[in-house]
Ligand binder design. Structure first.
Ligand SMILES: Cc1ncc(COP(=O)(O)O)c(C=O)c1O
Length: 397
């Protein structure tokens, strides 16, 4: 009874159950292979680490301005201008403890209780809970494997009501790897303008794209669209800096200022040393990104090919991020029995694969998408081969 309704409403991450179980098995001495990771397996590049060490040695270890240091905001402005062709000024930028905090601040700043937030699914695990925390209502829009898990403007329009406040767009997408193209973004943007809606675009996987895919931010379409967009990005995935906790948002001044107020009374500034290191990440040499991207690309091709060879799996070619997202309905239909229980959904299947093959992966239900599994290829090629062999073996007829 002491726990608030707000907190009671929030579901713990489903992925934690699998991750905790995998860790327990590892402690028991089992050789668990993990495809569960949401982070690059590479180390943070040396030039970035050196910048952090030098920040410590120079005593850059005090509080900074709550919304981030000017030097980093300027680096972000420079990056957005040269990479994304969109121009911002200092008051339109905030630096936070990861893109996750930016998203949290943005949703809390924009939503009143009862407001509706359009959320294409499959989607990353935290959006739904962050929306609920703001006492707003997630309105799911189902994207389909046949349409490469991409939203059409017609699907968006169908779900718009007088209470709709904003759309969350995540491209490249976690978990599907979908990357939106210019024409698709234009159609969605037209609709947002027509109905006076905001767009939060989460571009954290921007640099990890493959084949012919190109990353384009919706904010760069024109000034009108820029004025309704809160662009969110960070250094976690592109520079293998997940533990450093630096993300940033760019958007209209009043919204950024609202986000800064929340941050000022919750966490204050993100880590001072990590901010200095992030300046180097954004402005320093960029060749390490390409090395990492190439390695992911090779693993991606291998993993997708192998997944499609497993009977009952069908996996699209993901063109962004570092996840494969196979449809496993063909296996679920077989009604395999395990521990005298039928494997009837993605959670049961991931549990079976973990216990029997000692391979950890995430059930689609964690992403509001039953009938799928998410496998991260941010792990060594050796583990990918071995892990897929094991999955294939236990699912053989
Ligand atoms: C789609 C998406 N957005 C945001 C984040 C959070 O990133 P950060 O480490 O910058 O908080 C993640 C991390 O997994 C993610 O997958």
């Amino acid at each position: 009874m002491t726990i608030s309704e707000r907190v009671k409403n929030i579901n713990p991450s489903q992925t934690l159950a699998i991750t905790a179980q995998a860790l327990k098995m590892k402690r028991e001495g089992k050789k668990v292979i993990s495809f569960a990771a949401g982070e690059p397996d590479f180390d943070t590049p040396e030039n970035i680490k050196e910048e952090a060490i030098s920040a410590i040695n120079q005593g850059f270890t005090k509080y900074t301005a709550s919304s981030g240091i000017i030097e980093l905001k300027e680096a972000i402005i420079e990056k957005l201008k040269s990479d994304n062709k969109v121009e911002y000024i200092l008051s339109e930028i905030i630096v936070s403890n990861g893109a996750k905090q930016c998203l949290f601040n943005a949703i809390l700043t924009l939503c009143n209780p009862g407001d509706e937030v359009l959320l294409p699914i499959p989607c990353w695990v935290s959006y739904t809970e962050q929306i609920k925390f703001a006492q707003a209502v997630p309105i799911f829009i189902n994207t389909r494997q046949e349409e490469a898990f991409k939203l059409s403007a017609a699907q968006v329009e169908e779900k718009i009501s007088p209470k709709t406040k904003l759309l969350i767009l995540n491209s490249p997408n976690n978990p599907t790897g979908a990357v939106y193209e210019e024409e698709e973004l234009k159609k969605i943007a037209q609709l947002l303008l027509k109905y006076n809606l905001y767009c939060i675009c989460d571009e954290i996987y921007e640099k990890l794209i493959y084949d012919e895919a190109k990353h384009l931010t919706i904010a760069s379409l024109n000034n009108e669209v820029k004025n309704i967009t809160i662009l969110i990005n960070g250094v976690s995935k592109s520079y293998a800096m997940t533990g450093w906790r630096i993300g940033y948002a760019a958007g209209p001044e009043d919204i950024i200022s609202g986000m800064s107020k929340i941050q000022g009374h919750s966490t204050s500034n993100p880590n001072s040393i990590a901010q200095k290191a992030s300046v180097e990440a954004l402005l320093g040499r960029q060749d390490t990104i390409e090395k990492m991207r190439k390695a992911f690309d090779e693993r991606r091709k291998y993993m997708v090919k192998r997944l499609n060879e497993i009977e009952g799996f069908s996996c699209l070619n993901p063109t962004g991020a570092f996840y494969a997202f196979p449809n496993v309905n063909g296996v679920l239909k077989r009604g395999i029995e395990y521990n005298s229980k039928k494997i009837k959904n993605s959670f049961d299947l991931s549990d079976f694969i973990l216990k029997e093959a000692e391979v950890a992966l995430i059930p689609g239900s964690a992403f509001e998408a039953e009938g799928y599994l998410r496998l991260s290829y941010a792990t060594s090629m050796e583990d990918i081969k071995e892990g897929l062999d094991r999955i294939e073996n236990i699912l053989r007829y």
